[in-house]
Design a protein around this ligand. Structure first.
Ligand code: F6P
Length: 364
């Protein structure tokens, strides 16, 4: 890859998030429109880099993308060129195909690669950096669990969608005097449950970081009933677990770098609540709903800022970095500082303290 940039590749990896298309649009507009570079998109994340599926991205291709959910390039949360499953059954083994991927990128004349994704995608990007590719990372995830950035794009939209759902659950909970559980994504980090729980006026919020005690949950519900609040809203992160217990696994996605998919903890908690208190309990699992659809205005702006700055970084000759949001400004950090790490909710976080002070229980 030469020093002067003439062509870059772009890919979206991991679970999708609102704002991916807005980033692709910003990358193409800045790279092709502002600098006059060629831009090549890889299909389905790193899969396209290994299986040689790519398309040219011109200015016309990104017209109308700002508001569109998903990613026009497709994505994959299983494709890892450094550990690629080959063979069937007993013969199946993980093969390192990163060399082929680098060869393919070189054969396309690419001078650098923009990788849009979360910790998994950026960790793989860091592997390519070590193999000599010029890389820039752009932080995405509805989980908001990346280090070195105040926020990832997609999170604000996910919080808004979850909050609207909790608001709607509120009125039906009140009418029927029920306990309503709303389960949101968040495998290891409870940021989405924390923010949407506070915004939606949840009475109890269960996070992966704070193991719950079912008796404490019931105490809070009964206290509310005794005090004329004849309904309760429990916002549950899919990664919530009881004291001394484990999270509820919904499925194992073989070949995925992180194969465990969670889901269903709220059904377990709801059954335990009904056993202990004489109140009807219902469950709503929001799941992928919060990942779809149009990004909020905040996410559109953030995605555009990050995508555009990623291209400027490459133009300045800076690579191996991830663009980030710090104190309202866009800056950048070494990708290696972000790779293979997850930013969990600290137990002494100001939001946890404030939530407790305003009467929210974490079931502990
Ligand atoms: O990392 C984002 C995330 O949405 C997690 O919160 C969730 O556990 C996981 O992806 C779900 O993945 P999938 O789309 O494979 O079900």
């Amino acid at each position: 890859m030469s020093d002067k940039i003439r062509a870059i590749g772009v890919l979206t990896g991991g679970g999708d998030a609102p704002g991916l298309n807005a980033v692709i649009r910003a990358v193409v507009r800045t790279a092709a429109g502002h600098y006059g570079w060629d831009v090549i998109g890889f299909r389905d994340g790193y899969e396209g880099l290994v299986e040689k599926h790519s398309i040219n991205l011109e200015m016309d291709d990104v017209s109308g993308l700002l508001t569109r959910g998903g990613t026009i390039l497709g994505t994959s949360n299983t494709a890892n060129p450094f550990a690629w499953p080959m063979g069937e059954g007993d013969k199946k083994q993980m093969v390192d195909r990163s060399g082929e991927a680098v060869e393919y990128a070189r054969s396309l004349g690419l001078d650098a690669l923009a990788c849009i994704g979360g910790d998994g995608t950026l960790s793989i990007a860091d592997g390519f950096r070590e193999r000599g590719l010029k890389i820039v990372g752009i932080p995405k995830t509805i989980d908001n669990d990346l280090y070195e950035t105040d926020q990832t794009f997609g999170f604000d939209t996910a919080v808004s969608v979850a909050t609207e759902a909790i608001d709607r659950i509120h009125s039906t909970a009140e009418s029927h005097h029920r306990v309503m559980l709303v389960e949101v994504m968040g495998r290891n980090a409870g940021w989405l449950a924390l923010h949407s729980g506070i915004a939606g006026g949840g009475d109890i919020i269960l996070l992966p970081e704070i193991p719950y005690d079912i008796d404490k949950i019931c105490e809070k519900i009964l206290w509310r009933n005794r005090n004329n609040r004849r309904f309760s809203i429990v916002v549950v992160s899919e990664g919530a677990k009881p004291v001394g217990g484990e999270a509820v696994v919904a499925r194992i996605v073989e070949d995925s770098p992180d194969p465990i998919r969670l889901g269903g903890v709220s059904n377990v908690v709801a059954a335990q609540i009904e056993e202990r208190v004489d109140l009807e309990t219902r469950v709503t699992v929001l799941g992928h709903l919060v990942r779809g659809g149009t990004p909020t205005a905040f996410d559109r702006v953030l995605a555009t800022r990050l995508g555009s700055e990623a291209v400027h970084l490459l133009a300045r000759g800076e690579s191996g970095r991830m663009v980030s949001l710090k104190g309202g400004e866009i800056s950048s950090v070494e990708i290696s500082k972000v790779a293979n790490r997850q930013r969990l909710v600290p137990l002494d976080h100001s939001l946890i303290r404030m939530a407790r002070e305003t009467g929210i229980s974490f079931g502990d």
